[in-house]
Design a protein around this ligand. Structure first.
Ligand SMILES: [Fe+2]
Length: 405
């Protein structure tokens, strides 16, 4: 039975890989450097936007958006601001954004923040171009299929990579069902990567969002299929940059070079995983988010080295290459290099105050976690090792045990 199931997963992934080669995997145009948000009015003008819908959460709406909106207005472009996007945005929020956009005659979107405002803006934009399609019918792949109004994304953390992805994850207000609208048209037109936007991020958010980006790069790099030369190159470059700059940004939030390089690394890792996929680390991390509200980046940071260790020889050659590129080990066997790479992830976590395991996982929740994680991972993610329930349980047990080490 297990063999048949695995064969089905692998056939599905093989077909998706073939199909994916015929798609145009558009990337947002990156606008980089300190003060790059000052270019937003120009970008809006170039795209014919006369009234822009600015979408943020409360904090960014108070702290970072006003200055940007002042510049936009000074350039003669009107702004309408929706500043109430919650984490895990609901369909109610998406409808409110859509209604404000329509009532005010807006003709473009500017999303500033982490994943949530970007996802809410993407979903609202999808409703604008598909006015007769219920939002519940948009979940899944390629249900939008129409060009969106211009959408500019400004990330305020260096990690999620939402500014590059094809997905908008939203939660149905009544049922609390969380689902993703996935379509290449949802990729923003521009990603404005201004390190000033991340200057005041607290160290703990800097480290965990940065490890989320590392997880994107590594999981994309070890997928058994779907990878392309470009996704590999971007994953390699992102990994090298994260090893070099994440701890600098963590120690000194005002290090603008490190902040800027981290934003670019998160953008590259975002594209790598959009193209190739993530894997079991994300699948298990999401169950911790759902059950205990564990922040996504923190969950990934802790689970990444444990899952890599569990994969063992299946990923030695891929991790060995990353160990060489990051300068960790250039001589030795693939096994030695891969182990050095994993050891360095543990060491980075330790230096940034990230725990080795989690003691808040309740043993009675493990079967539910395993069920969710396997359902998320299979057959969608081209994981290097397909987990059985027993193996996934052992990994979760290891996450609990590691908290005591
Ligand atoms: Fe992630």
């Amino acid at each position: 039975m297990e063999v048949l199931q695995k064969a089905w997963y692998r056939s599905f992934q093989f077909c998706v890989n073939i199909g994916g080669r015929f798609l145009h995997w558009r990337k947002p145009i990156p606008i980089t450097g300190e003060g790059s948000t000052s270019k937003i009015p120009e970008l809006l003008k170039e795209n014919g936007v006369t009234k822009v819908m600015v979408v943020t959460g409360r904090h960014v709406g108070r702290e970072l958006a006003p200055g940007i909106m002042e510049n936009i207005r000074a350039a003669g472009i009107d702004c309408i601001h929706f500043s109430q996007v919650e984490s895990n945005p609901s369909t109610t929020t998406v409808f409110q954004i859509r209604d404000m956009y329509r009532e005010n005659g807006c003709d473009g979107f500017l999303a500033i923040g982490g994943g949530s405002p970007m996802d809410a803006a993407k979903a609202a934009a999808a409703l604008i171009v598909r006015p007769n399609k219920p939002i519940t019918k948009m979940g899944g792949l390629f249900k939008v299929l129409r060009r969106l109004p211009p959408l500019i994304a400004v990330p305020t953390t260096a990690g999620t990579g939402s500014e590059t992805t094809i997905a908008a994850v939203i939660t149905e207000a009544e049922t609390h069902h969380k689902y993703a609208i996935m379509d290449i048209v949802l990729v923003p037109r521009y990603a404005v990567l201004d390190p000033e936007m991340t200057r005041n991020l607290p160290p703990a958010t800097t480290s965990t969002t940065g490890m989320d980006a590392l997880t994107h790069a590594v999981e994309a790099y070890i997928c058994w299929t779907n990878r392309t030369k470009e996704s590999d190159r971007l994953a390699e470059e992102a990994t090298q940059a994260i090893f070099k700059y994440l701890e600098r940004a963590y120690r000194d939030g005002n290090d603008m070079e490190a902040r800027g390089e981290m934003l670019i690394a998160a953008y590259k890792a975002g594209f790598a995983f959009t193209r190739a996929g993530v894997g079991n680390v994300h699948a298990i991390a999401h169950t911790l988010g759902g059950l205990y509200g564990t922040p996504h980046g923190l969950a990934n940071a802790v689970i990444l080295p444990i899952v890599l260790e569990d994969y063992g020889e299946k990923v030695y050659n891929r991790l060995a290459r990353l160990a060489e590129l990051t300068g960790l080990m250039v001589q030795g066997s693939d096994e030695e290099k891969a182990k050095a790479f994993i050891a360095e992830i543990y060491a980075m976590n330790k230096r940034m105050g990230i725990p080795k395991g989690f003691d808040h996982i309740r043993r009675e929740d493990i079967p539910q976690m395993v069920q969710w994680a396997l359902k998320e991972a299979n057959p969608t993610y081209p994981v290097p090792v397909v987990y059985t329930p027993e193996r996934c349980t052992a990994v979760i047990e290891r996450i609990i045990a590691a908290a005591k080490e």
